[in-house]
Design a protein around this ligand. Sequence first.
Ligand code: 13P
Length: 255
Amino acid sequence: MSRKYFIAGNWKMNKTPEEGAKLASEIASIVSKDASVDVVICPTFTALDRVSQAIEGSAVKLGAQNLYPKTSGAYTGEISPEMLREVFAKFVILGHSERREYFGESDAFVNEKVKFSLENLINPILCIGETLEQREADETLEVVKTQLLGGLVGVEASQMGSVVVAYEPVWAIGTGKTATPKMAQEVHGSIRALLNEKYGDAVGEKVRILYGGSMKPANAEELLSQKDIDGGLIGGAALDSNSFCDLVAAAKRAP
Ligand code: 13P
């Protein structure tokens, strides 16, 4: 089963609208109209509009880093899918470990957001991953299973074409420590097996599963050549157009 590679940049709380527009223009001019790899950039809310304009006409797509599962109303500080759609955001990162850790997001809340984003035509990138303690206690596969199935409660097989999963071991995020390709593939393979079991092979085999956690041009090739690693969710290396586009190039070369 060949799946189109998917490289997404999570800019986290970095880049002003001005800086974001500059970085996005650089990426758009390198990627141009080449859609052989799905390339998505996810700036902060305030930079979305400028970045959206900067990538117009290129194959680069826009994503947000969060949303709130309501259409509008008294939810101070939150952003609705409709607001994201208006600036042409197509994707949203949900359940990132930083949101789980610093903002107390539970699997049930992440699940609400996943369902609401699908109903409102924004494609969710559902993030899951274990902490160092959980890995050392040999709980990785159990944690990943709970987060994956918890995030997908009530999501139908017919909606899975719009869902991207990102496996991000928490201990590898921003630390320079990467899961070895073998370690990552073991978890990706188990995620694939869970998706196949829940939705049937025809659906599960089509879902893109990204790796995230200190992915950079130097380690991308080996990670991307693993059977069930279909791309990357990139933090630090996405803040520079050269390193980000080198990752896109690595995905183009990947088998
Ligand atoms: P780093 O690439 O900086 O480790 O971040 C990964 C990540 O959290 C992407 O969502």
